[in-house]
Design a protein around this ligand. Sequence first.
Ligand SMILES: [Zn+2]
Ligand SMILES: [Zn+2]
Ligand SMILES: [Zn+2]
Ligand SMILES: [Zn+2]
Length: 455
Amino acid sequence: MKRLESDSASGFSDPVTYTCTCASSHTSSTSTHPSGSVLLYYRYWAAPPALPASAAHLTSDTNALAAWYSQQTATLHLSGKIRCAPEGFNVTVGGSTAEISTFISACAAHWSFSGLGLGSSDTVNQEELEARQRFFKPSPGCACVFGPKASVRVVAEATPMGVEGYAPADWEKVVALTPAAFHAKCHDERRQSVLVDVRNHYESRIGYFVSPLTGEPGLRPPIRRFSQWPQYVKGHLDELKGDMAGKQILTYCTGGIRCEKGVRWMQERLGDGETVFTLKGGISAYLDWMNAEIQEGRKTAAESLFKGKNYVFDARGAIGLNEQGTPVSRCLACNKLSGRLDKCRSEGCHLVVVVCEDCQSLDPRCCQDCRDMDTLIARGEERVGKFVPRPMCACEKEREDQMWAGNRVKKPKTQGWRKGKKDEKKGGQGDVAPGDVKIKGYLPMSDRTSDAENL
Ligand SMILES: [Zn+2]
Ligand SMILES: [Zn+2]
Ligand SMILES: [Zn+2]
Ligand SMILES: [Zn+2]
């Protein structure tokens, strides 16, 4: 089986805090307000509105597309993550307001954006301007939320779901709703609906949609990375079919990309009986729309169906509505309501946890196992490192138990450890449940690289 993505990049997962050091910030005595922005966008060539046939031949040269991004980001001093795949692209970039604006004009004139209605010159009409806003989804930030240089890579999948060769049989089987339509659908009392969060467990812990009819959040799978989503759906298919029968299924993710293939993959397994929707532009687009509704006086922040914060895969950590509501998560140290993200400080753990401002100096660990581990490391009785398996801590054990509940498979026992290249080349399926599709060799634990790909 061929490898679907490169996991060879070293280093740790994204930081969840940053300090702006570029010219984009206006620093006052009390705070820093970046005046730049961060774009978050993607495209699958085959997804409607599809790339015009006249440009189709250009998609095979992913290296050329990557080279175009390298040149653009270098010239305009943008930073971010750019992934170019045979099926499309997945991009997030940050920079100053002026440079981001120049970049958007360059994009609109490039073949890879044709057919999206973004206009192609600097004289754009109102409709095209709005289309650009919806497509690029700018949010406050700057190049500093990423590393010093843009990371541009050619990959097998625009976002790593890890199912070899999968493409939706029919993109039209799942309907994308605008934020306004998604909001209205949640209020629809004529037909019951179920909300499904396609993101990772640490993302859906600090923010999620609630049904206005029940006040409850929907399904939030205990997955650690997107490549566990297919395994989750397969392993829990009977349960999902039962829960979803006859209901409208309303799915969402951060910026929309994970739902594109992930939800269609689920829909194909649930069968044609169900009506499945995705949120176009994800939570990011919903928050933009809600902010505008609030600003225009049409809605209040309390009416937002998204509660808490939207986790983003850069150093901003998470973003909420302009008018901050009550956090939905609690500090792991003092149990106070907080939406502030941090990482377990235990070497090799890297679990994303919630730690309030007051407790951050306490050097928090996610659980007693991690505290014990650090005591052993300090005494020289244990060691951890890139190639040293680490026993799973209690938090991870609990999550994995939920993940694999009901599946007769061997559960992974270590953390911060990935299967070797040799196993993947042999087609080793690791601990993946048997089934009709090939799923990339299961990577037991670590959110070092692959988690960060879920834009
Ligand atoms: Zn900056
Ligand atoms: Zn605290
Ligand atoms: Zn830990
Ligand atoms: Zn733990």
